[in-house]
Design a protein around this ligand. Sequence first.
Ligand code: GLC
Length: 492
Amino acid sequence: MVGLGPRKPPSRKGSMAGVPKDLLDQINRLEELFTVPQEKLKQITEHFKAELTKGLTVEGGSIPMNPTWCMGFPTGYETGTFLALDMGGTNLRVCEISLPEEKGEFDIIQSKYRMPEELKTGTAQELWDYVADCLQQFIEYHHEGEELGRLPLGFTFSYPASQDYIDHGVLQRWTKGFDIDGVEGKDVVPPFEAALAERGVPIKLTALVNDTTGTLIASAYTDDQMKIGCIFGTGCNAAYMEDCGSVPKLAHMKLDPKLHMAINCEWGAFDNEHKVLPRTPYDIIIDKESPRPGQQAFEKMIAGLYLGEIFRLVLADLHGNPDVCIFEGQDIGKLKKAYSLDASFLAAIEEDPFENLSETADLFANKLSLTATQPELELCRRLAELIGTRAARLSACGVAAICKKKGWESCHVGADGSVFNKYPHFKARGAVALREILGWTGRKDPIEILPAEDGSGVGAALIAALTLKRVREGQNAGIRDPEAMLKGCGGK
Ligand code: GLC
């Protein structure tokens, strides 16, 4: 980029000099609404910690805290060839992962298939047919004419599923804008396996995996300090390793209390009862107009799916407010369209390197056919910073809550997802918030949130490998049919 050079992030109070009083008043109001001060972060974290514990009890709480039957970390010495399937929001990814003898190493080949938008609101049958077709294509392409045994598959299904078994999972509810009829409340594996069987695809689903659990395991494979796996992307969630003895809702299984179990927190549902999160009127609208009002309260303030929408709602409100009336006299038809802006729009605004915000002006012209005055551009920039900063700071509360619950004073947290990887300053803002919550003053942060390894590829493959290994060793907790699992997968 050429021009005046980079501006100093994150806040540019000085450049508000030419902003008229009515807009300045609005900026102040927005700052009040969207800023989460240190004390509030601490209060949220304490409540979060209590909710994590509550979710593990028999009665449960608003955070599902789903046991995953992924029972322990990899050693780094796992071996074999595994498939991984990732059904994310935008793509369907199929991977073949080879784990060689060398510690922490892997090889991966992969193909991506577009997830057609219609599928997200189509029928369950269409969904599973499409997924099975992609897998069949992958196998035919990479293994044409080969005599294959059944390849074990780790299926990353990044939605809340309650799992009585590692290879089965009842979808609790769709999240992240999916809305396919006839899947909620049902086990997702049988129709998936039926679609594979119909096509004669030689695959055995060995583990149903949440993306956060995959991230935790993949990251721990190469870094033994990794204790938490997080996703900050279209959705927002985390997983960590718990002792079975601390999970009252598993007591009836009579597991050794010292055994480990990865817990998929599904923390997007934190504070669905609105006790601590500082929701703004805009957050309330997002919730009301979403397909599932009352759910995923925390996620709706943080995840990539919603950041652009929060921004859009504020601007539309300020246009309609006669005291400010931004974009006065212009047609805001495009700005009125729900979900027309995504997090990358905000990211681009925050990345505008020019003092006069000329790139931001171009964005508004190209995307929304709006001409923004200089003061309006300043307001938009500040608003993007506020929304992005709030998301990062609230995320830190979840991480801090898990660490406090477990008494971890130092560890690594593996994070993935478009917001974590691409949203400007997200990492640094999150780190500042962690420092505020946990009261660190030293030069090096004892808990660090770092980029994760590929959870839905390598992580899912590793969980399939770990599962087969323990079944071979006769450790069958959470395995529906151990014999069927081993059959054809190199087992006896
Ligand atoms: C949503 C899903 C959750 C997933 C997260 C990140 O919160 O409910 O299962 O882990 O998004 O993709």
